[in-house]
Write a protein that binds this ligand. Sequence first.
Ligand SMILES: [Ca+2]
Ligand SMILES: [Ca+2]
Ligand SMILES: [Ca+2]
Ligand SMILES: [Ca+2]
Length: 353
Amino acid sequence: MDFGLIGYWPLEGNASDLSGNDLDGTAQNGASFQAGAVGQGLYFDGTNDALVLPSFELGGGMTISFWGKIQQFQNWDTIMDFANSSTSENLKINMNDAGSEVREMVFQMKTANGDRYVGEPFWVLNEWVHLALTVDSNATIRLYRSGSLIATESGADFASQISRSQHLFGKSTYNANHTKGMVDEIRFYDRAIQAREVAEIALQGNTAPFDLNASSPLSIAENLPIGTIIGEFIATDPDAWSTITYKLSDSNSSNDNHFFTLDSNGTLKTATVFDYESNASSHTITVQAMDELNATTEGNFTVTILDVYEPARENHTVDLNSTVDLEMIWVEPGTFTMGQSVTELRSLSTMLP
Ligand SMILES: [Ca+2]
Ligand SMILES: [Ca+2]
Ligand SMILES: [Ca+2]
Ligand SMILES: [Ca+2]
């Protein structure tokens, strides 16, 4: 993970570079170290705070990686701007597009043949999002959001591989566009790191799913067909852009998972027709919830089989609305007569008052 690392600023109470390249930064105008995505990070008040890094060579194939948490959305608020002047050789990350909950991240990379841009819905208000931008040896730009590749932009032009005079976080090289929010774990590489390396970094600030539960008590009546829905599982993941998938876990071979199927969205269904009288009246299953970075939680749950009344002999039922000939039988005292429907009905009618 350290191969090609130019600088690493974990922001644990100071702006020291831990890459071994002695590129210590400076927190300016009261930018403060607070609880971050991994340990501590650096907070900008949106008024004048900034982080200034020393100059180092960056361009060509490269990687920019850090966490950001935006606490105020304004167009063109700038979280990073490396440039020689406000419009020269910029490597710039700012935000655009009105949105109450999500704001687009715009990466601007100046090249000798003009600007290249990558922009995607990205920042979630008040939530940490990991950003990785890579430029590979073919000049393809890739954008990863919290460990997942969300944009690929191909082109032929690189940013100049030079040492720029201004390296700013928290504001633009116009000395404006102040970002209100935090940054953490800043890394630069002189190569495009691979997707698995991006995921490895993003995992360091990831929270595994927790609070795995069924949305209602798990019970199912006997005799229902295979595929009947029993219930829904849901877990909590506090991370922005998280996706949780569910499955029956095989880690506990003594469980009854094989009687059930669990869709990736958390829907539990039957995989057999239960018979209350011959099966156990409850079954234990092991459920796993996994987020997009493969962090997991598991839980054991009991499914109760409900008894249905099944009489030993079926009752005969007569639909009294149907048009059938009902045969009435009249038996006189001391005699026995086989009835015949029409005549016996008449016999009955003469008996009535
Ligand atoms: Ca940190
Ligand atoms: Ca997560
Ligand atoms: Ca039965
Ligand atoms: Ca029964």
